[in-house]
Design a protein around this ligand. Structure first.
Ligand SMILES: *Cc1c(COP(=O)(O)O)cnc(C)c1O
Length: 368
């Protein structure tokens, strides 16, 4: 049996009849950058996320960058984040000349450990970027308490977590802004790059809208330096169609995860844990697997694709060597990098494919 990690062609076939007319309407209108399709998407996605304002931007990476620009992060400022994330989280900080300060993660949930944040706060600390990794919201209650106590901004990297929630509050509503990615492989994927900033602060939203278009307001008058962070009209149209299907797709991912959970009970590979109060949307279904690399090869030999997110933590990446971290500084993130394996979890996966994958994992450990 063949089990791909993701099959976007299947999803496209399901919704092709809705997508093509939506793209065609943008072509006919020739409103290609921002425009009405993006404005409509911003309204419906703000509703979906339960927040006041949503600003479509060019990518998840740019959502992070523009959020940091909007809170005036300057060269020399420090921003606390996790080393166990996609590069863009810390890359956005470094691009502004600010310093990423890494805090190790919690072993059970792979998100930043709130208990280790305060010891890293200095006079230069301006913000915290918690990442809601794999589709699960970080421990936002203690994080927001620390931020409040030390007067810090909070930018949520929710790029993997659209539709996830904690204690009934949706990702993107805890901090000053929430950053989302519509990279095609994400739970809500565009037909190319796209991103979103959410906020409940109307003043901040206004500033982000201005920064998105070079800082001009009114046209050709610049009071601040922004950039080109615009979302394309065609992406807005595609996202408008796909957003209607997101709950169903996320629910399917959750059902797939529940099936894996039950099939892998008692297996040496540990299934993902969900923190109390969290609704996980399984952007990834990530197990902690002893002999991970051998397992991955065994699965590949049996037609099953899997992936490692991420093989090397950010604090020891070459480009951050000037920050002075060394191996052993973030032991939990480093251990996670050696153990994690993400299994196929996409909504269109069949029960047979899940059962086959779980059986092969059990066969590898001879526990099945
Ligand atoms: C995908 C992702 C990003 C970047 O999003 P792009 O749209 O690819 O720029 C940032 N952070 C995390 C955690 C991501 O998963």
């Amino acid at each position: 049996m063949n089990v791909p990690l993701l099959d976007l062609k299947q999803q496209y076939q399901q919704i092709k009849d809705e997508i093509l007319p939506a793209i065609s309407a943008v072509c006919e209108s020739q409103m290609l950058c921002l425009g009405p399709a993006v404005a409509e998407f911003e309204k419906t996605v703000a509703d979906y996320c339960g927040c006041k304002c949503a600003i479509g931007v060019s990518s998840g990476s740019d959502a992070l960058l523009i959020s940091l620009m909007a809170i005036d992060i300057q060269p020399g400022d420090e921003v606390i984040t996790t080393p166990f994330t996609f590069f863009a989280t810390a890359g956005a900080v470094a691009r502004l000349g600010a310093k990423p300060v890494f805090v190790d993660i919690e072993l059970d949930f792979y998100n930043i450990d709130p208990a280790k944040i305060e010891e890293k706060i200095t006079k230069k600390t301006k913000a915290i970027i918690p990442v809601h990794l794999y589709g699960q919201v970080a421990q936002m209650k203690p994080i927001m308490q620390i931020a409040k106590k030390h007067n810090l901004f909070v930018i949520e990297d929710a790029c993997q977590s659209i539709g996830a929630s904690q204690d009934g509050i949706q990702a993107g509503n805890f901090g000053n802004t929430g950053c989302f990615s519509f990279y095609p492989t994400k739970n809500l994927g565009a037909f190319g790059d796209g991103g979103l900033v959410t906020t409940n602060d109307e003043k901040l939203a206004e500033k982000i809208r201005t920064l998105r278009d070079h800082g001009q307001n009114p046209r050709y008058y610049y009071n601040m330096i922004g950039g080109n962070f615009r979302l394309d009209g065609i992406q807005g149209a595609v996202l408008n169609v796909k957003l209607n299907h997101l709950n169903k797709w996320n629910e399917k991912r959750r059902q797939n995860a529940a099936l894996y959970d039950s099939l892998l009970t008692g297996c040496p590979a540990k299934t993902p844990k969900v923190a109390e109060g969290n609704k996980h949307i399984y952007h990834q279904y990530t197990i902690a697997a002893p002999k991970r690399d051998q397992l991955q090869k065994f699965l590949a030999d049996n037609g099953i694709s899997s992936a490692i997110f991420y093989p090397k933590p950010l604090h020891i990446q070459q480009c951050f060597s000037d920050l002075g971290y060394k191996d052993g500084d973030m032991p939990i993130a480093e251990k996670a990098c050696e153990e994690v394996l993400s299994l196929p979890i996409f909504p269109e996966l069949t029960e047979e494919q899940i059962k086959y994958t779980a059986a092969k994992i059990c066969e590898f450990y001879r526990c099945g």
